[in-house]
Write a protein that binds this ligand. Structure first.
Ligand SMILES: [Cu+2]
Length: 144
């Protein structure tokens, strides 16, 4: 039953994309980078998601093997000028739109790094999307 549903969803997606010429037809993640940090600290990664498909998508979560937990956060300025971070259960990525993860806004947070993040090295980050599925991205570490 689940399989049938999946096949139907794939067919439907193909039809919608075929019917709508302009878009690139893909969801892409680009311009990824992460801050240098030491084991035991928290780290953060940033990137840009471009939804070139004809359907709205949703980022459902992130995972990695370099930290105790990998969470999607949003930084926001609270009353009194204090920055606060809120965990996001999901992040909408509407069709034909870009969603930027950047310092002071959305980010992927590595809570409790189990290894150092050194500038010049690269880490692997897995992003899970409702429609686009699993995306494994290479994230270079560099100074902001
Ligand atoms: Cu955070």
């Amino acid at each position: 039953m689940e399989k049938l549903k999946l096949i139907f969803a794939v067919l439907l997606t193909t039809l919608i994309v075929a019917a709508c010429g302009g878009a690139s037809g893909e969801l892409t993640v680009k311009d990824a980078w992460a801050r240098p940090a030491s084991a035991g600290e928290n780290g953060a990664a940033y990137f840009v998601i471009e939804n070139g498909t004809a359907e709205d998508d949703t980022l459902l979560g992130a995972s990695s093997e370099i930290a105790a937990a990998t969470e999607v956060h949003m930084s926001m300025m609270m009353d009194g000028g204090v920055m606060s971070m809120q965990r996001q259960e999901s992040v909408p990525v509407p069709t034909s739109e870009k969603v930027e993860f950047k310092p002071g806004g959305l980010h992927v947070m590595f809570v409790g790094l189990t290894q150092d993040l050194k500038a010049g090295e690269t880490i692997t980050l897995t992003l899970n999307f409702e429609n686009a599925g699993t995306r494994i991205i290479e994230v270079p570490i560099r100074e902001p």
